[in-house]
Design a binder for this molecule. Structure first.
Ligand code: HEC
Ligand code: HEC
Ligand code: HEC
Ligand code: HEC
Ligand code: HEC
Ligand code: HEC
Ligand code: HEC
Ligand code: HEC
Ligand code: HEC
Ligand code: HEC
Length: 304
């Protein structure tokens, strides 16, 4: 990183020195300093000065070439002409090529482990670039353009609506964030998940669901998503469906009757209210739905 920064200021310096009629602030500063942009770009100057990048990260607040690191490499023509569009200052914005924009940032961030998978990420493949989410002028954490949840929701309206349903992971409450589960810069897992598999992801926060159990419920170890949804839905506990329907996807009435209970069609051996499809339905008895640590028949049938 440090080497890159040095190289950049070196290149900036060389460009400045070789250019004719250069805008040189002082004998020491070979490239135009941020100050030289201040009068015409008051707002951008001010926002940059408040940003994380200006706090010593990029060649110092008033240091040589601070603005050039992202809007360079050269600003000679721009300054000569007294500013203006298309006069040699590199502009971000919708019209600019995403890869060229990313290159402005990757000069310094290319070797960050966070960005190792950017090139193969979904976000890159759909044409996003760093400035879709970050700004060089932000004073928010991680230089984001807006608070994270708001940022992700601004494009992912479907997820916003899921996360607003009755049962949901507490994302809008701010207890967890999208980036706890996803890496917006890409990952080895599917859907940019921050784990090799869905289950490995869930175990990070719900470790007790990993067991070990004396009696496992096979779909649990296989994929949490066979019963749950990730962001939110209309059934309690982020369930895809509620019992007994959920259970009926896989259990179709072997052994005791596992269909919906009616007055005529219930347990003959188990005539309690619990046997009816009321309240927690199947879960009234099969409460250890993720696996049981109880020995014997109780455990085998996932009762507590
Ligand atoms: C004399 C005034 C002036 C100075 C000095 C100046 N600019 Fe500009 N700059 C402008 C004007 C005017 C525009 C056009 C803005 C617009 O149309 O919104 C512009 C546009 C830009 C753009 C967008 C370019 C584009 O093609 O859309 C960038 C980036 C920029 N300036 C950066 C800088 C930086 C960095 C510096 C200091 C090294 C600087 N400017 C110095 C007046 C100036
Ligand atoms: C770390 C990279 C970075 C640095 C350093 C930086 N900027 Fe920017 N700048 C951006 C990004 C990204 C955008 C587009 C997003 C936005 O508008 O906030 C932008 C937008 C701009 C724009 C609007 C035109 C455009 O490109 O969209 C101007 C003008 C500008 N910056 C001027 C400056 C000035 C002046 C400085 C130095 C005081 C500076 N910038 C330093 C990254 C940077
Ligand atoms: C889809 C949105 C998005 C895009 C596109 C994106 N980022 Fe990020 N980036 C984020 C978010 C969100 C975080 C904060 C993650 C966190 O807090 O764990 C972040 C964090 C970072 C960090 C800080 C890593 C750390 O934890 O210290 C860097 C550096 C970074 N991004 C650079 C880039 C660069 C360079 C690009 C373009 C190649 C880029 N990002 C593209 C959303 C994005
Ligand atoms: C000249 C080198 C350089 C360039 C160019 C550069 N950065 Fe940085 N960036 C840094 C340094 C140094 C840090 C501070 C690292 C730290 O504090 O760990 C940083 C920090 C960050 C962070 C983390 C902020 C935080 O809160 O932890 C993000 C995000 C980021 N840069 C994104 C970008 C984006 C997006 C661009 C392009 C628009 C860009 N950077 C261009 C050098 C650069
Ligand atoms: C608790 C972990 C978790 C959180 C927090 C989370 N996600 Fe997800 N997300 C997942 C999982 C797991 C999947 C994959 C679901 C599947 O394969 O059925 C997924 C899938 C997605 C998809 C792909 C959907 C599709 O149909 O292809 C998008 C887009 C997405 N998430 C966006 C977000 C956004 C935006 C946020 C924050 C508002 C967020 N996620 C928060 C776990 C999470
Ligand atoms: C500028 C728009 C935009 C922003 C901002 C944005 N995304 Fe996306 N994202 C997309 C598009 C477009 C796709 C591809 C289509 C889709 O899956 O919806 C995508 C895909 C995804 C996927 C599926 C990835 C895969 O590998 O299949 C996830 C997960 C995701 N985004 C999470 C996030 C998170 C988390 C944030 C906030 C940090 C975010 N996105 C911000 C536009 C955006
Ligand atoms: C980053 C941590 C984190 C990850 C990863 C995570 N969760 Fe959660 N989960 C939470 C938090 C926090 C809650 C809310 C707990 C509370 O409010 O008591 C929660 C609650 C739940 C609930 C109960 C919801 C309710 O309405 O009571 C279910 C079910 C759940 N998570 C399933 C999953 C599944 C399945 C995965 C994997 C896709 C997963 N979680 C990944 C943090 C996480
Ligand atoms: C066979 C369906 C099924 C599978 C597969 C499944 N769950 Fe559940 N899960 C449920 C049911 C049903 C409930 C509601 C239990 C209740 O209300 O007592 C639940 C509740 C939860 C809860 C909230 C209540 C609690 O017990 O803490 C969490 C967290 C949870 N599951 C996480 C997971 C994780 C993580 C996985 C994957 C390792 C997973 N589940 C796999 C059916 C399943
Ligand atoms: C994705 C499929 C799937 C779903 C959904 C599912 N199960 Fe299972 N369940 C299995 C499999 C596979 C077994 C292993 C025994 C077998 O092959 O029948 C099993 C075993 C059981 C057993 C132990 C039976 C024995 O003989 O050891 C009980 C009890 C049980 N499930 C109850 C439930 C209940 C209650 C629900 C709903 C909350 C449910 N299951 C949802 C697939 C599923
Ligand atoms: C009143 C308690 C009770 C309720 C309610 C209940 N079960 Fe059971 N279930 C049992 C008992 C006890 C066993 C052990 C075998 C037996 O004695 O019939 C069992 C066995 C099972 C088995 C393993 C044997 C077999 O039949 O394959 C499955 C699967 C099962 N139940 C699924 C369900 C599903 C699905 C529901 C909801 C539709 C449900 N159970 C409702 C008590 C109950």
């Amino acid at each position: 990183m440090r080497k890159n920064i040095l190289m950049l200021s070196l290149i900036a310096g060389m460009v400045a020195l070789s250019g004719a009629g250069m805008f040189v602030n002082s004998a020491k500063a070979a490239a135009p300093s941020a100050e030289s942009c201040k009068d015409c770009h008051t707002d951008k100057f001010a926002s940059f000065m408040k940003s994380r990048h200006a706090k010593g990260a990029i060649t110092g607040p008033n240091g040589t070439g601070a603005c050039l690191t992202c809007h360079g490499p050269s600003m000679a023509a721009h300054l000569e002409k007294g500013g203006g569009k298309g006069t040699g200052a590199f502009a971000f914005g919708k019209k600019a090529d995403p890869a060229t924009k990313a290159a402005q940032c990757l000069t310094c961030h290319g070797d960050s482990k966070h960005l190792a998978l950017w090139e193969s990420s979904k976000h890159k493949s759909v044409g996003l670039s760093c400035d879709s989410c970050h700004s060089g002028h932000s004073s928010l954490a991680k230089n984001l353009k807006m608070p994270q949840t708001e940022l992700c929701f601004s494009c992912h309206k479907d997820i916003k609506s899921e996360a607003g349903r009755q049962s949901h992971h507490p994302i809008k409450e701010g207890k967890i964030s999208c980036s706890d589960c996803h890496d917006p810069h890409g990952s080895f897992g599917s859907k940019s998940l921050k784990a090799d598999s869905v289950n490995d992801l869930c175990y990070k926060c719900h470790a007790e669901k990993r067991g070990p159990f004396l009696h496992e419920h096979p779909p649990v170890a296989e994929n949490c998503m066979s019963c749950h949804i990730a962001h939110g839905g209309n059934h309690n506990k982020l369930l895809e469906q509620k019992a007994p329907n959920l259970c009926h996807n896989c259990h179709t009435g072997s052994g005791h009757f596992t269909g919906p209970y009616t007055a005529a069609n219930g347990f003959s051996s188990l005539t309690t209210v619990a046997a009816r499809a009321v309240g927690r339905s199947c879960l009234n008895c099969h409460a250890a739905i993720h696996g049981s640590t109880t020995a014997g028949k109780q455990g085998k049938y996932l009762a507590r």
